[in-house]
Design a protein around this ligand. Structure first.
Ligand code: NAP
Length: 298
């Protein structure tokens, strides 16, 4: 079993939105990352995030998992969004970890995985259970929706969502989530975070209307908020998303309509030892154009 602090952390989905952020945060903390990728394009994306070691992994077939996990001290496990085989993926990741002598697993779950109105959340809850029963030293991270999901749309001037504009959200900065991943995995040996489950939410409760208002002010131009008809949204996704994924997301939008998606920022504040980033902070960082270098300053 690898206790070597210099042994790599295997990051699943390292080419994706979350995996790239986690990879960058781990590398910034001086941790060695082995990026779990599916293709050369994925390897390039993980490389751009800072990974220098690649392992080709398919979480559906399990191909490459054993080789990827061997010699790692931890796995940062995540599944692709609304994947029907989330539980199978967690089962295969755990089996590879155990066979490869990996000591720890951090599972990227979601806020309120036990919400029975959202089938893909219940799959996360079942995957958590696989991880809890794995015999590995585990930590669960349960992020709220990321601010980044709407930052690109804000840049485009229109937040169009298939749920009500006055539903409350405590969205979180993905970079804060990744920082927590790095501090949890950087503390190997102390055991502080083992057996812990953390809700990771931002400290502001905002509606999409309010987010548009704030974005208008930060970006200095009009950002509109619009409610899209969920049925029209679903028709537009046909052929782009699997039918099951469309159904899962429609259930999620209906849940958002009923009660939004809110949780507590307490754990994130304690873990980061600072206030979580706000929506305005994320917009300033990610939706404003980069400053043009001043020629005079050379
Ligand atoms: N977005 C949010 O607000 C939010 C909030 C809380 C939790 N989450 C959770 O975060 C997780 C990741 O979401 P994301 O937005 O980062 O997803 P994403 O950008 O779509 O990334 C998914 C990653 O999974 C990889 N992947 C897909 N199929 C695979 C397979 N068969 N085997 C191995 N890897 C595979 C993809 O690789 P390729 O590049 O090759 O496709 C990609 O690297 C999801 O479980 C989601 O529920 C998201």
């Amino acid at each position: 079993m690898s206790h070597d602090p210099a042994a790599p952390v295997l990051v699943m989905g390292a080419s994706g939105k979350t995996g790239r952020a986690v990879t960058a945060a781990l590398v910034a903390r001086g941790l060695r990352v082995r990026a779990g990728v599916r293709s050369d394009a994925g390897a390039r994306a993980a490389y751009a995030a800072g990974a220098r070691e690649m392992a080709h992994v398919d979480l559906v077939s399990g191909v490459g998992l054993a080789e990827a996990a061997a010699g790692c001290r931890a796995i940062y496990h995540l599944a692709p969004n609304v994947h029907p085989d989330e539980v199978g993926m967690a089962t295969r990741a755990v089996a590879a970890a155990r066979a490869g002598g990996v000591r720890r697993i951090v599972f990227h779950s979601v806020l309120h995985p036990d919400d029975h109105t959202m089938p893909h959340h219940l799959r996360k809850a079942a995957a958590e259970e696989v991880v809890r029963r794995s015999g590995l030293a585990w930590t669960m991270l349960r992020p709220a929706a990321y601010h980044q999901n709407l930052a690109e749309a804000a840049r485009g001037g229109r937040l169009a969502v298939p749920y009500r504009l006055d539903a409350p959200f405590t969205n979180v900065d993905l970079r804060d989530v990744a920082e927590v991943a790095a501090l949890v995995l950087g503390s190997d040996g102390a055991g502080d975070h083992e057996g812990q489950t953390y809700d990771l939410c931002g400290a502001e409760t905002l509606t999409v209307s309010r987010m548009a208002h704030i974005a208008s002010s930060v970006l200095g131009r009009e950002v509109a908020a619009a409610r899209v008809d969920p049925a029209a949204w679903a028709r537009a996704q046909e052929g782009r998303l699997a039918p099951g994924a469309i159904d899962d997301l429609l259930a999620m939008f209906a849940a958002y309509d009923r009660r939004g998606f809110v949780g507590s920022a307490a754990a994130l504040r304690i873990l980061l030892r600072r206030a979580p980033a706000t929506w305005a902070d994320v917009l300033r960082r990610e939706a404003l154009p980069s400053p043009v270098p001043d020629e005079q300053s050379g």
